[in-house]
Ligand binder design. Structure first.
Ligand SMILES: Cc1cc2nc3c(=O)[nH]c(=O)nc-3n(C[C@H](O)[C@H](O)[C@H](O)COP(=O)(O)OP(=O)(O)OC[C@H]3O[C@@H](n4cnc5c(N)ncnc54)[C@H](O)[C@@H]3O)c2cc1C
Length: 390
């Protein structure tokens, strides 16, 4: 058994770390200041500028195939890099990426949607959740009715990330209510904002926020079906599958950075004539955080490795998402506690993480849904206790 990174993995990871440290972290104080003034920490144009700078270092399209100008990195390598981006609270991600399901488009759709999204000239959002269907995504109601060469969409999507900025949405709609979404009754459509949907911002406890998308008789041409008629639910699950190992990868970076702040504080803050890190109460919080962080790291890398091996990664990804999201919430809570009153202020980014990481237990499958998947796999004998080592 070998738990080390290859020389190449280490070199790429270290270059990403250098870029984040040198180019992104210096923007943190300004980002915090802007967010306190209810503005984006990083303007879209600034994000783009940073992404183009990263491109010069070779970081462009981590998951994008080489033929589309990307790096086509392994899932393990992507997880390692996303962990690096998690170290900064500036909302930065490397450019040159597009939703994984846009590759299911035909040549014309690739030209019109995929390529400009990779280049950053177009902004997409993915919409399956509705006011009446979140965890139970198969219960979606937004309808698409055939009318000549068009489909007419009516209904509402909610909590859509990027929904206010996107100029097109990938919308999963019901095309055959009799069949049900899971059995071929739902279809994915590429719907330009110019076709008539509107968005409404939703305030959340985090910075920025998702949006509701409202469709009232929005006409979408037949040629804008993504993939096959009836394939919408499966495409939706493919989209969500990717986040299940990348969300906890990001959580690792946040937890590492927050824990390093706690170590420094524990080594410098003095009470009762000695450093707080000399107290067992503080030491236990540090130790528990380190153990959980390390456990989450191996669950994440195991899930990414399963993707690279071509295994069905759902079980391991659900374990990584469930544990990683819980871990970062517990670690940030302890880090806040170790900082005492300062942890609760807006001078430090800890309260910001505290609000941000809460989402990780909810979106792209709640804790409860991950548990449901894990338990169901075990109960029906699809996975064995002990996994690949059983
Ligand atoms: C900031 C943000 C961004 C998002 N981005 C997107 C996006 O880009 N695109 C998109 O389509 N969606 C997006 N979502 C939606 C997100 O995926 C859903 O909110 C999530 O899946 C939960 O659905 P729900 O909110 O309807 O909760 P519900 O499904 O109503 O669940 C409510 C509670 O009941 C629990 N529960 C439900 N069913 C069961 C069960 N069978 N057993 C046990 N417990 C159960 C849930 O775990 C939860 O605790 C986003 C959400 C947020 C908050």
């Amino acid at each position: 058994m070998d738990f080390s990174l290859s020389d190449e993995e280490r070199a790429i990871r270290d270059t990403a770390r250098q870029f984040i440290t040198r180019e992104v972290m210096p923007l943190e104080q300004e980002a915090l200041r802007r967010e306190r003034a209810h503005r984006p920490g990083l303007e879209r144009s600034e994000l783009r500028e940073l992404q183009l700078k990263a491109r010069k270092f070779g970081f462009w399209g981590l998951s994008t195939p080489v033929e589309y100008g990307g790096m086509d990195l392994s899932a393990v390598m992507q997880a390692l890099i996303v962990t690096e981006t998690g170290r900064t609270f500036v909302q930065f991600g490397f450019g040159g990426e597009a939703d994984n399901i846009l590759y299911y488009g035909n040549d014309e759709q690739k030209r019109e949607y995929l390529l400009p999204t990779i280049e950053g000239d177009r902004v997409s959002c993915f919409a399956i959740t509705e006011p009446g269907a979140g965890s139970d995504a198969a219960n979606i109601k937004l309808s698409a009715r055939r009318d000549g060469d068009d489909w007419v969409l009516n209904g509402e999507k909610t909590f859509i990330t990027n929904g206010n900025d996107a100029d097109f949405a990938i919308v999963v709609a019901v095309t055959d209510p009799e069949k049900g979404a899971r059995n071929g009754g739902a279809t994915a459509f590429l719907v330009d904002r110019a076709m008539g949907w509107r968005s409404e911002f939703i305030q959340t406890m985090g910075e920025g926020g998702p949006a509701s998308l409202i469709f009232e008789d929005v006409r979408v041409p037949q040629r804008n079906i993504l993939g096959e008629l009836g394939q919408g639910f499966a495409l939706g699950m493919t989209w969500i599958g990717k986040g299940r190992y990348l969300i906890p990868s990001h959580a690792l970076g946040i937890a590492e950075r927050a824990l390093s702040m706690a170590l420094e504080y524990a080594n410098t803050r003095e009470t009762f004539g000695r450093r707080i890190g000399e107290n067992q109460a503080i030491q236990w919080m540090l130790a528990d955080s380190e153990v959980e962080l390390e456990a989450a790291r191996w669950l994440v890398l195991r899930a990414a490795w399963a993707v690279d091996q071509g295994e069905d990664p759902r079980h391991s990804s659900s374990m990584a998402k469930l544990y990683g999201a819980g871990m970062v919430n517990r670690v940030v809570d302890r880090v806040l506690q170790i900082h005492g009153g300062m942890g609760y202020t807006r001078e430090l980014p800890i309260e910001r993480w505290y609000r941000q990481v809460r989402l990780m237990r909810i979106y792209e499958g709640t804790d409860e849904m991950q548990r449901l998947i894990i338990a169901r796999d075990l109960l029906r004998g699809y996975t064995k206790i002990g996994g690949t080592l059983a």
